[in-house]
Design a protein around this ligand. Structure first.
Ligand SMILES: Nc1nc2c(c(=O)[nH]1)N[C@H]1C(S)=C(S)[C@@H](COP(=O)(O)OP(=O)(O)OC[C@H]3O[C@@H](n4cnc5c(N)ncnc54)[C@H](O)[C@@H]3O)O[C@H]1N2
Ligand code: MOO
Length: 392
């Protein structure tokens, strides 16, 4: 069995970066900017008032009275020139008139018909210099996952249609004679297919377009047919049938279809039977069927793969530190990702592993907000000891 790190490296090496496409900004959230983009203009494009008040020349002192000779508002510049002893009524965002050096906020003046008297001065000029946020030509480098603030920045840079990596297409295949879809009437010996819905949602958070394939029954031909239907997908994900039982057919069928297997079995709990390889133009990822195993493996492997396909470099799950709320036993030879709850304590985050670590149970997974990582062969640890975790 190979380590989680080795498996992830082998999986990521199968990823051929996807082509890019242009999208309108309103559709660009969560997409990966492909390359560098440059600002067509500076921001602010002109020196602007940062407050509502009066634009003045020089630094008039308390008691001075100035004549108000015009008004400037955002989107409505006053185009004259201010001289000493004059003021222009100005509002936040308006271009600062020529000859003005500062803005006196309206709270600091007494305004009467056509004039103001200064009551107080302030150390700040209350102006935003042209280009003080960014200059024309300012660049936002890619690849970069576009967060909401990035979209505002791109808009201000007047980039209307950024180039982003196209969405990876994921074909999701649940396997097993025991499965029926939610809403259907299961026989006594059947269960509801659950994993698919978590994995679809997870893949979509990483920008994928997910195709739900028909359920594949536990027969070689049936499985082969559904996998063949998935041709053209960037990633083919199977769920179940990954282990060693007589009805666990996925590895054999994938081999029969010509997969170049990168690994099968990882020193991981839950998720030992995980497999991956290249199948035609697709990356093939065979997840174990147990719901927790499949979902944990999706966090650890599918999400990084989807991000790498879109060109991102830093894709491994982010490990954070916390202290253990209780003792934990020594670990065996597989990295154990325990379902846990992380909470903010008085001295930082505290981790509590769930009572049940059964890889088929969904309630503890639904209650968890973290996976507590116990590395292979980690010695027993006591309450208060440091531990690593990742958010789920
Ligand atoms: N003799 C051995 N048996 C098993 C081993 C082993 O090493 N030796 N490994 C165990 C481990 S670890 C895991 S994990 C499971 C995974 O096996 P499979 O990937 O072959 O999964 P299945 O047998 O098809 O299913 C396991 C379990 O999950 C349920 N399942 C499957 N698909 C879904 C779905 N889409 N939604 C909800 N539940 C699903 C299925 O009914 C089974 O109960 O193997 C152990 N066995
Ligand atoms: O590795 Mo299995 O995924 O323990 O349940």
């Amino acid at each position: 069995m190979i380590s989680v790190a080795e498996a992830l490296e082998r999986l990521l090496s199968l990823a051929v970066p996807l082509a890019s496409e242009e999208v309108p900004l309103a559709k660009a959230a969560g997409r990966v900017l492909s390359g560098e983009v440059q600002a067509a203009r500076a921001q602010p494009p002109f020196t602007a008032s940062a407050m509502d008040g009066y634009a003045v020349s020089g630094d008039p002192q308390p008691g001075e009275t100035l004549k108000v000779i015009g008004e400037a508002q955002a989107g409505g510049a006053w185009t004259g020139r201010i001289a000493q002893g004059q003021a222009v009524r100005i509002f936040t965002g308006a271009p600062l008139p020529a000859g003005a050096d500062r803005v006196v906020i309206q709270e600091n003046v007494t305004a009467t018909e056509g004039q103001i008297t200064i009551n107080e001065t302030s150390a700040t000029a209350h102006i935003r210099r042209a280009g003080s946020d960014f200059a024309a030509g300012h660049s936002l480098p890619g690849p970069r996952l576009l967060r909401p603030a990035d979209l505002a920045l791109l808009a201000a840079m007047n980039v209307a249609r950024p180039q982003v990596a196209r969405r990876p297409v994921v074909a999701l295949i649940a396997t097993g004679d025991e499965l029926v879809l939610p809403g259907e009437a299961p026989r006594e010996d059947q269960i509801i297919c659950s994993n698919t819905f978590a994995i679809k949602a997870l893949a979509e958070t990483a920008g994928a377009e997910v195709r739900l394939m028909p359920l594949a029954r536990d027969r070689v031909e049936a499985l082969r047919d559904v996998i063949a239907l998935a041709e053209g997908a960037d990633v083919i994900v199977t769920i179940g049938g990954a282990s060693v039982g007589d009805h666990d057919l996925v590895a054999g069928v994938a081999r029969g279809m010509g997969i170049d297997m990168a690994f099968h079995k990882v020193a991981l709990r839950p998720g030992k039977p995980l497999m991956s390889g290249r199948l035609g133009n697709s990356v093939f990822l065979g997840l174990p069927g147990n719901p927790v195993s499949a979902i944990v493996c999706s966090h650890l492997f599918l999400l990084p793969l989807l991000r790498r396909l879109q060109g991102l470099r830093e894709v491994a799950p982010v490990l954070r530190r916390a202290t253990l709320a209780h003792a934990v036993e020594a670990n065996g030879n597989r990295a154990h990702y325990m379902r846990a709850i992380v909470e903010e304590g008085t001295e930082g985050p505290v981790l509590r592993a769930g009572d049940s670590q059964e890889s088929a149970f969904l309630v503890p997974l639904s209650e968890a907000n973290a996976l507590l990582l116990r590395p292979p062969h980690a010695p027993a640890a006591a309450a208060g000891d440091p531990a690593l975790w990742l958010a789920i």
